[in-house]
Write a protein that binds this ligand. Sequence first.
Ligand SMILES: [Zn+2]
Ligand SMILES: [Zn+2]
Length: 393
Amino acid sequence: MPNLLQEASKIEPEIIEIRRKIHSEPELSFKEYKTAKLVAKKLRELGMQVKTRVGGNGVLGTLVGEKNGKVIALRADMDALPVTEDVDLTFKSRNHGVMHACGHDTHVAMLLGAATLLSKHKSDLHGTVKFLFQPAEEDGETGGAKPMIEAGVMNNPKVDYVFGLHIGGEYPSGTFGIRPGPFMATPDGFEIKVIGKGGHGSRPHETIDPIFVSVQLINALQAISSRMINPTKPFVISICSIHSGTTDNVIPDEAVMMGTMRTLDEKTRSTAMKYFKRITKDVCETFGAKYVLDFVKDPYPITYNDEKVTKRVTEVLRTIKGTKTREIDQKLGAEDFARFLQKAPGTFYYIGTRNEKKGCIYPNHSSKFKVDESVLKFGATSLAKLALEFGKE
Ligand SMILES: [Zn+2]
Ligand SMILES: [Zn+2]
């Protein structure tokens, strides 16, 4: 086995340079034009077969090893967030109001790093590696994985194992975080419109006050988590937006709320869904209001890490010098990568970037999110190693 970490250390400046370039020109979901172009150019320079515009702005690179083996897919997401960057960097976002606050810039750089390493080891490589650069991970609904899968990236040749790596502000720098089984949630986003009857603020008895009804509903919905589902199951329901009314003496006609409900298993999900619908109906009816309830149609599924594969991934990660690997808690965040895991067994894992000395202390999605770039070589090494190891099997 070649010393991949040593080789990754040699190309570290290049990995960091790519990351900084993408960081300075972040692009929102479905608009990853420049990023996709940069990715395709780099993959072509490495001598790979490259397909662009795969399910939107997706890019697929294929590297065929000289030995027979399995088909491995490695994935990075490319999109940024509508956040105004509040970090002083020489390579700060030049696209005002858009920021790589989830670190997807580092994912692209690490995967291109892995592609560079693997393209130098075609003679050691068993099987085929597919590099999936996906758009629109932050979309939360349609996303970018689904259209890429529909475009056929998991077939011809059929992918045997798929791996994805995320950078995480909550884990210590240089620590891999991994978890077998159900790892991340399915996010059931919803909107509830409570339809009442407006009137004068001094004569509430002649109205059906949608704000009052909404408040009862918000409280009642929290009973799902505290009274209605098994308390040993991870679950959260949050109302994240509420809009109604215009002034201090008019009871409005309507109130609109948006929120998210997250679960890690289908049974809890369907139970919670049943109670959610019942409570909404009953509370609104009790106070004479009507309502319209909409759920996001096709949310990301539960991110499920295959137990056997993940155990082996853990063993591979443990061989990377200078890093630690530990089992982490389940998360109620959601990941578009879950859709790839529905097509092939694999693992979604994290690399930590929290480093107090370097001021990297803010979480992903924060306007102050800052990455400890010294971990990028570890991430690139891990992806390349997984491809080499699992290709052999
Ligand atoms: Zn994110
Ligand atoms: Zn992310």
